[in-house]
Write a protein that binds this ligand. Structure first.
Ligand SMILES: [Zn+2]
Length: 308
């Protein structure tokens, strides 16, 4: 049996796991991603977490895979100006100290590979994965090929333009009207405040944050439900663009928003998505929070991603 170390670097959490080629995760560590420091702080956190696994488990390891938030710069072996972390650059070169083969890929590329290898996309060749979390991103397999793009950033569709009405500046600061500026966990609160004004609705008693908005909706609050229906219309617009771009058979949704509030996310998308092309199956990933880690294992065993 082959084993590998899989790392999932997100803006909020870092997960490091030991898993095998059958997609079984044997050990999994989770820590809050170091939010402040120098360009090597995140790599040092990874090294420490890897060591705490390899010290206790002495199996032979085929390699280390890193799925990271973007944008990636594969020449620099780094993440540059991530939208949801305060670093200018996260340099991953210190990982070479492990002396192991290291593969780097975008987190959503890893996720779609996980879906295709171990999840709902096993028998399919056209699969898209969408993460709705503190940020938004997508990964696509088209005709069996994992799309990578320049520097592995083909999955940055969270920064596609879906709105000109509110025209919000995105947290990436590189453009306006980006999907992530409306529907991501980080930015939904701002959208909610502007949406209340736009619709002449009084400020509700709950905080303008994604978590409290979802909870209010679950408790039947009409304002929260109406707002999330409008967020759903924007999500459906984005998925409509994805469908005409890739013509997928399956779109799976993951990330904390989709996993913890599946009904509130999924229902409006299914209701409002365009039907110019045949509607693909749209569902929450059955792999849950592990979809990225499983994709990283698949990447190491199939030698996909960029070598560090
Ligand atoms: Zn953006």
């Amino acid at each position: 049996m082959k084993y590998a170390i899989a790392i999932d670097l997100g803006a909020t959490n870092m997960r490091v796991a030991l898993g095998n080629e059958k997609g079984k995760i044997l050990v999994k560590l989770k820590e809050r991603t170091v939010q402040k420091g120098d360009k090597h702080s995140v790599a040092c956190q990874m090294l420490r977490m890897i060591a705490s696994i390899t010290e206790k488990h002495t199996v032979s390891i085929a390699g280390v895979g890193i799925a990271s938030l973007g944008p990636l710069d594969l020449k620099k072996k780094a993440i540059v100006h991530p939208a949801n972390l305060s670093y200018n650059i996260i340099d991953l070169k210190p990982l070479k100290k492990t002396g192991r083969k290291i593969f780097l890929l975008h987190e959503t590329s890893a996720a779609v590979l996980g879906e295709k290898t171990f999840g709902a996309g096993k028998k399919l060749v056209n699969v898209v994965y969408v993460t709705l979390s503190s940020g938004i991103g997508t990964g696509a397999i088209v005709d069996g090929n994992l799309l990578s793009g320049i520097d592995g950033n083909a999955g940055e569709l969270g920064h596609m333009n879906i709105d000109t009405h509110y025209n919000f500046l995105c947290s990436c600061k590189k453009g306006r009207g980006h999907w992530e500026a409306y529907a991501s966990g980080k930015n939904m609160g701002r959208f909610f405040k502007h949406w209340l004004k736009e619709n002449n609705i009084n400020k509700p008693s709950f905080k303008a944050e994604s978590k409290t908005i979802f909870n209010a909706a679950k408790n039947g609050n009409k304002t929260a439900l109406k707002f999330l229906n409008d967020v759903g219309k924007l999500n459906a617009k984005a998925l409509s663009n994805i469908i005409v771009a890739y013509s997928p058979e399956l779109i799976t949704l993951g990330g904390s928003e989709a996993l913890y509030h599946s009904k509130l996310i999924l229902e409006p998308i299914k209701k409002y998505v365009d039907t110019f092309l045949k509607k693909p199956k749209i569902m929450i990933t059955p792999l849950g929070e592990d979809v990225v880690l499983l994709g990283v294992l698949a990447a190491v065993f199939s030698q996909k991603g960029s070598r560090l």
